[in-house]
Ligand binder design. Structure first.
Ligand code: HDE
Length: 703
């Protein structure tokens, strides 16, 4: 039986702190059926293989408590999915500060280098429902909970730096426009439809974020390779009460990457759990993803240099304010139970710890209300914070009582303050006694209550230009292709025209390129592009780590493959930390090679690179149309890898397959050809580090 008592109320007393304590606490709630007998929820042992009936074929009896117990629980197994961010994946880990940041903040988890603060992270897509594919084009959530010794800090961010709208009151509008049409519930999990572009085209403050989502940022390749952003400006407050403004950033130490749209769509069909599996696999194999937490620091006295500081549709360019790394998060443990942990975790922007504070960003202010509110809808109780995944690690003491599913048994008759009967416990925590520090921010003198937006929001286009200008030519092409797809899915000509008009205010070239693909007249120039650029926005320009750990490689084989040649490349890549698989016509042993994927179970979109070893008999089988490969699957495998700019290699007779798949180019184009695989090892490794050979991508002719 699980021991629920140890950490129920005062976890700090019972369990200490740190990741081990967090694990022990969750473990205390875990249940294992090993070596037990079936019971009802009341603990009565039962045989519930058959319902209780009056005779074998007779009517079922109302008194069958075992049946009722089982079915009733089943009937209630689902809770409402999140209204946004329903699809997600979670992992546990820890955070460690690089040094003592007491000069910036009073937050304990940032002041103790070497101290491991447990974290739980949930990545999510926004629009799709719980069972939607991972690789849809969407903004992705990057929500992190720090279980600090001073309470929970939830940094509920996104993988995209700005947000579509600046005022929380517009959130239902933008989400309704992006969700499936209410009439048909079509399309699922994406913005490629009329209502979304009707909203974007009618509300141009969205355009900056739309461009991020339509670039590679909207189709992450791996959740281990995404940036995270707090989006809003927050405050840090130190023990002396001094405050600075900060923007939070997560930067993955695995580098950045994105899918191509064609690839993303194909993966959506081949493996809808692509991102989940990628994260689970890396953690299970001990290749722990790491993300650096950093802040852009803006001194209070410098705030007026950035008039858009509290406008979340804008970012603070890193060329003006670089990111200061504060510490590192490592994700090192998969969840034990998806529902109990990933589904029931209740992130709230309002969960904040001393040393961190909010600002007057009206999007942030609105979120402070929305999250606790929606959690009560999902979990049906204000006591959702008593769930194991939601409990703070340092214990909870207050006079809150009762409510649905109360699991604490509070002692005594005193549930008010002040009280003499209970010795005035729990005592008030003043700011200088570890209490939360309220920053005494000055209010604008003479301010009046008003429903109006601040003027910086009116500038919809300069940061959209900054983003567009900071992309490489290949990233621009991907964005144009994305827009042609999405705007092209809008049936209404007016919607398409308004969207082209918005794009034209960003950049005439961009608008004309998209217009040409969606049957809208090419617009004349209405505005000059400032030409400004900044750093840190391009995915392509972000350096890659100098190793190939976790890179996935398919080795294409058939009976007759030169085993020595295949093993040489397989063993080398595996030793370097890549995840390598032999693909063959059938699973299992094939002349000494262990085939783990077939040409039916997998496809090149699920790999980072493809290699075809020597073996003329095998190549004949792979390239001849026959009952095993009626649609030329091995050739399509290689053609797709070529189209998606991935490294391709072949040795000996394997080169013939590349020729038939019309793979052209040499090493500078990511195509590695030789007599034996052993001569290509280092080159292929470096190609995998580089990831993509964008020069293979077809660019628009000048227009
Ligand atoms: Fe959220 N958002 N949001 N959001 N959001 C939710 O809370 C909301 C916004 C983000 O993995 C909901 O528990 C409003 C920005 C993430 O569990 C809900 C506004 C950012 C997650 C909600 C925003 C986010 C959510 C739905 C406009 C990036 C998933 C379920 C003011 C900084 C957390 C839930 C998880 C989830 C409301 C805008 C990120 C309805 C009203 C900006 C990562 O409360």
């Amino acid at each position: 039986m699980a021991n629920h008592s140890a950490c129920q109320n005062d976890a700090s007393k019972a369990c200490g702190s740190g990741q081990k304590a967090m694990e022990e606490r969750l473990e205390a709630f875990s249940l294992d059926n090993k070596n037990t007998q079936e019971t009802t929820t009341t603990g009565v042992k039962v045989d519930n293989r058959n319902t209780l009936k009056a005779g074998c074929q007779g009517p079922s009896l109302m008194q069958d408590f075992a049946f009722q117990d089982k079915i009733m629980h089943f009937d209630h197994e689902r809770i409402p999915e999140r209204v946004v961010h329903a699809r997600g994946v979670g992992a546990h880990g820890y955070f460690e500060a690089y040094k003592d940041w007491s000069d910036l903040t009073a937050a304990d988890f940032l002041r103790n280098p070497g101290k491991k603060t447990p974290v739980f992270v949930r990545f999510s897509t926004v629009l799709g429902s719980r069972g939607s594919p991972d690789t849809v084009r969407d903004v992705r959530g990057f929500a992190t909970r720090f279980y600090t010794d001073e309470g929970l800090f939830d940094l509920v961010g996104n993988v995209i730096a700005p947000f579509f709208v600046h005022d929380a009151i517009k959130f239902p509008d933008i989400i309704h426009s992006g969700k499936p049409h209410p009439s048909t519930e079509v399309p699922q999990a994406g913005t490629a439809h009329d209502t979304a572009y009707d909203f974007f085209g009618s509300f141009p403050e969205t355009i900056h974020t739309v461009l991020w989502a339509l670039s590679g940022r909207g189709i992450a390749k791996s959740l281990r390779q995404v940036d995270g952003f707090g989006v809003h400006t927050f405050r840090l407050i130190n023990e002396q009460g001094k405050s600075i403004f900060v923007k939070f950033h997560w930067k993955p130490l695995q580098g950045l990457s994105n899918l191509l749209w064609d690839e993303a769509q194909k993966i959506g069909g081949k493996n809808i759990d692509f991102h989940r599996q990628d994260l689970y696999t890396a953690i299970a194999k001990g290749d722990y993803p790491e993300y650096e937490l950093g802040v852009q620091i803006i001194k209070e006295e410098d705030a007026n240099k950035y008039p858009y500081l509290l406008d979340p549709t804008k970012l603070v360019p890193e060329s003006l304010v670089p990111v200061t790394p504060l510490g590192k998060m490592t994700l090192n443990r998969n969840v034990e139970n998806f529902f109990a942990e990933t589904e029931q975790v209740a992130f709230c922007v309002s969960r904040i710890v001393r040393g961190i504070g909010f600002t007057n960003d009206s999007l942030l202010q609105g979120r402070l209300f929305s999250y606790p509110d929606t959690q009560i809808n999902r979990m049906n109780s204000v006591n959702n914070m008593q769930l194991p995944i939601n409990r703070p690690i340092n214990g909870v003491h207050n006079n809150q009582r009762d409510g649905y599913m109360q699991t604490n048994i509070h002692k005594g008759d005193v549930s008010y303050f002040p009280n003499h009967l209970g010795g005035n416990a729990p005592a008030i925590a003043e700011e200088n006694q570890g209490g939360y520090i309220e920053y005494p921010e000055k209010i604008e003198p003479g301010a009046t209550k008003i429903r109006e937006q601040v003027s910086t929001v009116d500038d919809h286009y300069s940061q959209a230009q900054l983003y567009w200008n900071s992309l490489t030519v290949y990233e621009k092409q991907q964005t144009v292709d994305g827009l042609r797809f999405e705007v092209g899915k809008s049936v209404d000509l007016g919607v398409r025209k308004r969207m082209i008009d918005v794009l034209n205010h960003v950049d005439n070239g961009l608008a004309r390129r998209v217009a040409a693909g969606v049957n809208v007249p090419l617009p004349d120039k209405v505005t000059d592009n400032s030409g400004h650029t900044t750093v840190g926005l391009s995915i392509e320009e972000r350096p890659h780590p100098p190793h190939i750990k976790t890179k996935t490689v398919a080795i294409l084989t058939a009976p007759g493959t030169n085993v020595k040649d295949a093993k040489a490349i397989y063993d080398f890549l595996k030793k370097e930390g890549a995840y390598v698989e032999y693909v063959g016509p059938a699973l299992g042993d094939q002349e000494g090679l262990e085939i783990t994927q077939t040409y039916t179970t997998t496809s090149s979109v699920l790999f980072d690179a493809v290699y075809v070893p020597d073996g003329s008999e095998a190549i004949k089988k792979l390239t001849t149309k026959q009952s095993t490969f009626p649609y030329g699957e091995p050739l399509v495998f290689v053609m797709d890898a070529f189209r998606h700019c991935k490294p391709i290699g072949a040795s000996g007779a394997g080169v013939e397959l590349l020729k038939l798949a019309k793979v052209e180019g040499g090493e500078k184009d990511g195509v590695f050809i030789g007599e034996q695989s052993s001569g290509l090892l280092e080159g292929f490794k470096h190609a995998l580090i580089k990831q993509r050979y964008w020069t293979r991508m077809a660019l628009d002719p000048p227009m």
